[in-house]
Design a protein around this ligand. Structure first.
Ligand code: AMP
Ligand code: MN
Ligand code: MN
Ligand code: MN
Length: 283
């Protein structure tokens, strides 16, 4: 990148085939480049295995590539996502922590396989494992197995019939506590971002408690603009960022063309009164 490059289109929440996205890291970076994005973070679930490839391809296009990962955490028995940005990918505290979360995923995937077997759907764990690039199974991988086998018409139906909360193959999971995960991220020199706050469907009082704890333990930013959020949700999150003195992040949460309403880099602008999280590494 040259010093005169203007970094004006950021997308800090993206998935590749390293987790549940449908493009390889290189193909994703090509798509981002075509969309005019010039600064991005690949944030696969619980896994940084795609970062080196993404960074290499970003170099080819002279784009800025920030390290990223979307960590599955538990807070007060709720599953939440914390996006970590701009950390040292070789930090062992963070990498050991992510490995422990992938072990939880593996145990859960076997349980989901057993539950599907009870519904007469056999061999799901082994077949789903083959759909991954690296053995890390997410529920969208099970959804693909179920649609490929004709048990569901599409991903949404696979969640509605089998994989979603309270459905026959739903397996409740306790990830690592949010406070501990924020500690790992900070040990690795990274920034903890509360991902897509509006997706948790929390009451305002729960959200205020969450944000107070998040802030107290070192959380630094929240996603104000995400791929398919409404103007109302952006307003609400803008208010949270200002009230809790948090930096604002923006990311599409793009997974692939199967959700055509989400496009990489197509994001509404942050309000001028917010401080974008990228000021931390652009100053
Ligand atoms: P996991 O982390 O393995 O539980 O999978 C969570 C991922 O599944 C999320 O990141 C979404 O990409 C996807 N997902 C969650 N709920 C749904 C749903 N109802 N329909 C489609 N995809 C979903
Ligand atoms: Mn996902
Ligand atoms: Mn998420
Ligand atoms: Mn995501």
């Amino acid at each position: 990148m040259t010093s005169s490059t203007v970094l004006d289109l950021h997308d800090l929440h993206l998935h590749s085939t390293v987790s549940d996205g449908s493009h390889s890291p290189s193909d994703l970076v090509d798509l981002l480049h075509d969309a005019g994005v010039n600064s991005f973070a690949l944030t696969d679930h619980d896994n940084t295995a795609g970062l080196a490839e993404a960074a290499q391809r970003a170099g080819h296009h002279q784009m800025q590539c920030i390290t990223g990962v979307e960590v599955s955490v538990t807070w007060e028995r709720k599953s939440l996502h914390i996006v970590a940005l701009n950390f040292d990918p070789d930090n062992t505290v963070l990498q050991d922590g992510l490995a422990s979360i992938r072990a939880i995923r593996e145990t859960r995937a076997k349980k989901i396989g057993s539950k599907l077997a009870k519904k007469g759907i056999h061999g799901a764990y082994d077949a789903t494992n083959k759909l991954t690039t690296n053995g890390m199974i997410t529920r969208p991988h099970f959804a693909r197995f179920l649609t490929d086998g004709g048990w569901a018409n599409d991903t949404q139906q696979a969640f509605d019939r089998y994989l979603g909360h309270g459905k026959p193959a739903y397996s409740s999971v306790t990830w690592v506590d949010m406070v501990e995960v924020i500690g790992w991220i900070r040990s690795a020199g990274g920034i903890a971002v509360l991902a897509h706050p509006s997706k948790y469907r929390m009451t305002a009082s729960w959200m205020r408690r969450l944000l107070q704890v998040f802030k107290n333990v070192g959380g630094q930013a929240i996603e104000v603009v995400t791929g398919n959020c409404t103007a109302n949700e952006i307003n609400t999150c803008t208010g949270y960022a200002l009230r809790y003195d948090l930096l604002a992040s923006a990311g599409s949460d793009y997974h692939g063309p199967e959700n055509p309403w989400i496009k990489p880099g197509r994001l509404r602008p942050l309000a001028d009164k917010l401080t974008p999280v990228w000021t931390l590494w652009q100053e």
